[in-house]
Design a protein around this ligand. Structure first.
Ligand code: ASP
Ligand code: MG
Length: 404
C-alpha cells in the first residue's frame, strides 16, 4: 500500500466529462489498495475570469477580497469531483483550505504556506475516504482566505504530500512530462524519465511552465517525489527526484529559454567605487529583478555595464536608473529583442567543457553571444531573439539530446 497525492490541473478538470475521467483515475489508485488525497485546480479559464471580474470592479482592489473571489474556482471543482467519486461508489469528501487547515502567512494573493495540519485527513484516508482538496488556497493569520499566487495548486499538492508523508505526488497536467526542450520548437525533443530537483528548479524558473517554481522548491526541501504526467494518456511521466535515484546522469538534461528578457547597457560609466551599488540598489528598492550582469575592466577610466531585467519592467528600470544615477555615464542603450537560452545539467558540476560546447554550437550557426552567465548547474547566454529556434535546435543536437 502506498499513500499518494494526485493533483489535477485546470485542463484536466475543464468540464464535467473530464472531471468524471479524473474520478476514474482516482478510483484506479484506490482499487490498487492505495490511500489517496487529491488536489484540484479551478476548471480551465475560471481563475482568469474571476481575476478579470475583480479588475473590472476596480483596477486597484483589496487583496483580501481578491482572494475571497478567486479561491472559489477551486471550491467548485473539489465539490464536483467529490460527487463524481461518490457516483463511482468511492467514499470522498471535499476540503476547502481553511477546513484542513492549510495555514499561510498574510501575503494576500501570493501567500506562503506555513503549516498543514493533516491529522484528520490521515485518519479518514485510513478508513478509505478520499480527501478532495481545493488547491491554491489557505487560511491567513487574519482568519481570512488567502491564495498562493497563480499556478499555486502545484504548491498545495506538494505541501500536502509533505505533510501527509506521501510516497509520491502525481501532478496530472496537459503535457505528459518534462521534455529536454520545448517540443513545439524542437521536434526531436525527448521526454525525460527522471530529472533532479535542482535541474527542475532551474527549468521552472527559466521559463519551462510545467510546474510552479515554488512547488519545486518545496519538493526539494521536503524531498517529495513528484511525478509529472498527463491525465489524457496512460504514458509514464517524468519523475522529479533526488540525484541518487538517477543512475545514468546526462551531462545536460535540458535546454530552457525565456523571451521575457530585456537588455540595458550603460555606456562609459565612470569607473569608481560605488557604481554597482549606485545602479542596483535603487533597482532593488523598486522591486525590479535583475538577472544577468556584466561589467568590463576599464581602460580610459570608464567602463560599460550591461544587465538584463524582465521585459515588462524595462521602462520602469530605465526611469529608476536615470532618476538615481549619481555617477557620470554617456548613454543608456536598451534591447528588447533578446532571448536567454540556458543549458542545464547536474553533470556539469563534475565535467569540463559544457560551456565550450555551447559556444561552439552557437558560433557554428553564426549566432552572436551578447551576455554569458553561469551557475553550478547551468550556462545561460543572451542572444538575438530571431535566433531562438536555430539556437535551441543546434544545442539540442550538440549535447546529444535528439531522440534517435
Ligand atoms: N487556478 C489557479 C490558477 O489558475 C491555481 C492553479 O491552477 O494552480 O492560477
Ligand atoms: Mg498549473
Amino acid at each position: 500500500m502506498a499513500r499518494i497525492v494526485q493533483k489535477f490541473g485546470g485542463t484536466s478538470v475543464g468540464d464535467l466529462a473530464r472531471i468524471r475521467n479524473v474520478a476514474l483515475r482516482v478510483k484506479a489508485e484506490i482499487d490498487r489498495g492505495n490511500e489517496v488525497a487529491v488536489v484540484v485546480s479551478a476548471m480551465s479559464g475560471v481563475t482568469n475570469q474571476l481575476v478579470d471580474y475583480c479588475t473590472q470592479m476596480a483596477p486597484l482592489h483589496d487583496a483580501r477580497e481578491y482572494d475571497a473571489i478567486v479561491a472559489t474556482g477551486e471550491q467548485v471543482t473539489s465539490g464536483l469531483l467529490a460527487i463524481a467519486l461518490q457516483e463511482l461508489g468511492v467514499q470522498a469528501r471535499s476540503w476547502a483550505g481553511w477546513q484542513i487547515p492549510i495555514i499561510t502567512d498574510d501575503a494576500h494573493s501570493r501567500a506562503r504556506i506555513a503549516e498543514i495540519r493533516g491529522a484528520e485527513i490521515i485518519r479518514r484516508m485510513a478508513e478509505g475516504q478520499v480527501a478532495v482538496v481545493a488547491g491554491f488556497q489557505g487560511l491567513g493569520p487574519d482568519n481570512r482566505v488567502t491564495t498562493l499566487g497563480r499556478g499555486g495548486s502545484d504548491t498545495t499538492a506538494v505541501a500536502l504530500a509533505a505533510a501527509l508523508k506521501a510516497d509520491r505526488c502525481d501532478i496530472y497536467t496537459d503535457v505528459d512530462g518534462v521534455y529536454t526542450t520545448d517540443p513545439r520548437i524542437v521536434k526531436s525533443a525527448r521526454k525525460l524519465d527522471k530529472i533532479t530537483y535542482e535541474e527542475m528548479l532551474e527549468m521552472a524558473s527559466l521559463g519551462a511552465k510545467v510546474l510552479q517554481t515554488r512547488s519545486v522548491e518545496m519538493a526539494m526541501k521536503h524531498r517529495v517525489r513528484v511525478q509529472v504526467l498527463s491525465s489524457f494518456s496512460d504514458a509514464p511521466g517524468t519523475l522529479v527526484c533526488d540525484e541518487d535515484e538517477i543512475v545514468e546522469k546526462e551531462l545536460v538534461s535540458g535546454i530552457a529559454y525565456s523571451r521575457d528578457e530585456a537588455k540595458v547597457t550603460l555606456v562609459a560609466v565612470s569607473d569608481q567605487p560605488g557604481i554597482a551599488a549606485g545602479i542596483f540598489s535603487p533597482l532593488a528598492d523598486a522591486n525590479i529583478n535583475v538577472d544577468m550582469i556584466v561589467q568590463n575592466t576599464s581602460h580610459d577610466g570608464t567602463t560599460d555595464l550591461t544587465f538584463t531585467c524582465g521585459r515588462a519592467d524595462l521602462e520602469r528600470a530605465l526611469k529608476v536608473v536615470k532618476d538615481n544615477m549619481k555617477i557620470p555615464f554617456k548613454t543608456i542603450n536598451t534591447d528588447k529583442s533578446v532571448v536567454k537560452v540556458s543549458v542545464i545539467g547536474v553533470g556539469m558540476r563534475s565535467h569540463a567543457g559544457v560551456a565550450q560546447t555551447m559556444f561552439k554550437a552557437l558560433a557554428d550557426k553564426g549566432i552572436n553571444i551578447q551576455v554569458i552567465s553561469t551557475s553550478e548547474i547551468k550556462v545561460s547566454v543572451l542572444i538575438a531573439e530571431e535566433y531562438t529556434e536555430l539556437a535551441l535546435r543546434a544545442l539540442h543536437t550538440a549535447y546529444g539530446l535528439d531522440a534517435s
